[in-house]
Ligand binder design. Sequence first.
Ligand code: ARG
Length: 460
Amino acid sequence: MKLWAGRFQKETDTLVNDFNSSIQFDARLYKQDIAGSIAHAQMLGKQGIIEGHEVEEIVAGLKAILEDIEADKVEFSVDNEDIHMNIETLLTQRIGDAGKRLHTARSRNDQVAVDTRLYVKQEIPVIIGQILELENVLVERAKEHLDTVMPGYTHLQRAQPTTFAHYMMAYANMFKRDVTRLEDCLERLDECPLGAGALATTTYPVDRFQTAKALGFAKPTDNSMDSVSDRDYAIELLSDLSLLMMHLSRFSEEIILWCSWEFKFVDLDDAYSTGSSIMPQKKNPDVAELVRGKTGRVYGSLITLLTMMKGLPLAYNKDMQEDKEALFDAIDTVEECLPVFAAMVNTLSVRRHNMERAAAGGFINATDCADYLVKKGMPFREAYMIVGRLVNLCIKNHETLDTLTLRDFRAISELFDEGVYEAMSLKNCVNGRKVYGGPARESVQKQISLIEEFVAARKK
Ligand code: ARG
């Protein structure tokens, strides 16, 4: 029999029963639901809304249910629709009348809102911890490769020389922003909707500050209608996770390119790559490809929630039950991707010579050649034109700037002398860029220590 059977003259159609129920996916909120109910019952007791012995029976009953769920001894039923009604029904079956008092001054609308917030509050720190582990890996890899010169690209064309360390720190900065965004989300969602009731609170003298505190929230939410119709925190989290996945996906794309024979900048560890069922020579970057591919699911979850919410009048609407699968799937996906991605980066080997060889071709030092003339007094635009002509000459003769003779140089400008070769050497091209944020050893060391401080401040 349904909780609401009094109002109805027919049983729910079995099709509707299945269609309506969310227990298949919201069962994972059992811990949050029980914590919320315990806080609510204790507050009801303290406010004299229910009796002290009833509070004791409810709390003991809920704790026993929690134990049984964790020991896999509880079977939930679609007849009880969702986790909230499953637990309440179970409680009443077990403890009788006291169980029937638990839902006083509460609605499933504030209940589901508090459960979901508690769940998100639990998972955000897990994700932050995983990102910080990835930051540690990037710092370690950067320290090993402060002097590993590689081409930097724009338009995927060789542009200017950089180092593998500088490259790793570029990603470290993206992930740092991901962490601060998640922290920001966590701070904003730290308000407790419990006590909002269905939408307009209750006439019972509930103490929302007490339940907020008991559940570890900074404060109760300020408006009860907003409390039960707000899913901003979930959308914010999904936006943050989408950005995070976008970063992981770009990084994956680079790794996929780098392990192709065309680049061969890195080799993935055998334990982090896979073979082909037909082509014996293959070693595939499946992990990176899957991370890139799974990015789509997380974006999909974000769009699901944005679209689900856009036409909803206040306050709760059943549409909102659809938030959970998308939210959980995105959280699960990110939590699955981060550790395997970090381990893949941690174990890949860098082919330093291939990187250096690529940096030596492609006229990556052309800007430095022009800057050399500028340092001799020529305006940059003029120097730029002259070096363009030199590059053109090299391409015709299958040469690079470094293989041109001094005579070739001087035929174009008298300002060239022996010093040009030193000025264009890749090492000097990189180490001359000591500007804050640049690729020179000392600049990258600064970047590394900033990330180390960022991580250390959060590991306390
Ligand atoms: N299972 C529902 C959900 O996830 C709980 C809230 C139900 N509220 C209601 N008024 N039907 O959204």
